[in-house]
Ligand binder design. Sequence first.
Ligand SMILES: Cc1cc2nc3c(=O)[nH]c(=O)nc-3n(C[C@H](O)[C@H](O)[C@H](O)COP(=O)(O)OP(=O)(O)OC[C@H]3O[C@@H](n4cnc5c(N)ncnc54)[C@H](O)[C@@H]3O)c2cc1C
Length: 411
Amino acid sequence: MQICILGAGALGVMTAYFLEQNGHKVTIIERQPEAAMETSFANGGQLSYSHAEPWANPAVLPKIVKWMFKENSPLVLSAKSLTPEMMAWGLKFLGQCTTAKARENTLNILRLALYSRQVMGELRGQTPVEFNFLPNGILHFFTEQTLLEGAIKQAAFQAEYGAPYHVLSAQQCIEKEPALAGLASQLVGGVFHPEDESGDIHYFTKGLAAQLKNTEFHYNTQVVSLERDGRRIRAVRTNKNRIEADRFVMSLGSYSQKFLQPLGIRSNIYPMKGYSISVPINGKKAPNLSITDQGSKIVYSRLGNIFRAAGTAEFAGHDTTITPKRIEHMKSEMKRVFGDCGDFDKATGWACLRPQTPSGAPVLGETPYDNLYLNTGHGTLGWTLGAGSAKIVADMIEGKSTAISLSGLTL
Ligand SMILES: Cc1cc2nc3c(=O)[nH]c(=O)nc-3n(C[C@H](O)[C@H](O)[C@H](O)COP(=O)(O)OP(=O)(O)OC[C@H]3O[C@@H](n4cnc5c(N)ncnc54)[C@H](O)[C@@H]3O)c2cc1C
């Protein structure tokens, strides 16, 4: 079959990989000059299969109020951002914050995450892509007892469904990752997820794209609209040409809804801006473990000679402007936690939009159009859930049954 994928981010490129493997001829349309230049460019690097708890949960409600009035908080919500579209999304988000919904969403995300871990392992075995992969686990550290207790409860719940964890004392956290020694007096403990991993999403996606021999990349090409014919998509119109195909896959990340809306499809995807800094390590002492600071909601990963921090959920529509004070805040957090771990004068800042659904789960598979499939809406976890999602969508296009239940993971 001739299959056209919209978007060469991590999700689009991984989907192309599996479709190529199934013998299809793939075309990818991408507005950037190469793959993984937008949200799949400089993210937190975590393959955090065990971090399945969505942002929408009962514990987040009191925090949202606190964060709204705090400078440098993990959530940034300005009066300007309160558009009708954002408020409609926000109400749906609040609807997902019940104990029952959070539990259901956690299990749906976890099922996909564990499958994704397996598929990512296979993919790594099949493709010699260098992406500063570290299979060392992820350590969540805590400086507040109540947060630690909540995390242990969550980890114990997830362990029943296959995500192992170890509870660590403050001293054990430092033994596991000596770069945390400067925090000794504040640490109350940690939760270590031994099966989690990390790596550079940009290198991986770009490297994988370079290996696709049966895929035609149309870079520097802007999708303009999808042309429909009854219950089918006939073609994609771009600023350069018109591309027909037997099947289409929507992987435009935070821009997916813009093209789904005219087709009458509601994906509930809304952009949630995040920031990262990349600091050259230059022989200084940076951690070898990927780390999550649950208090500030900042994640840290070592990616070769770069030490990356990423976080913040800012609602600003599709505005990707970098607000300098958020970058400065991330630098000061990195210094506070790890001390003199890199060359901060040479740090580069970045911001981009997570394609976020209210439940935190992506939107995979079929649509009301017979030949249009979705692989989008992965929010904070697109790197983690990417390989499994791509395999699932490729299997669906093949007409095969999927390896896991898709309950809660479709339109
Ligand atoms: C700060 C931050 C930290 C993160 N940390 C992590 C992490 O540690 N672990 C994790 O699992 N996830 C993380 N994420 C989330 C993850 O990066 C995303 O979920 C993932 O990259 C989304 O991939 P995608 O392919 O859906 O979107 P994208 O990578 O954005 O791909 C969509 C593509 O569509 C293209 N496009 C858009 N519109 C058009 C158009 N009209 N025409 C043509 N092309 C178009 C874009 O150029 C882009 O290349 C983080 C995100 C952010 C912002």
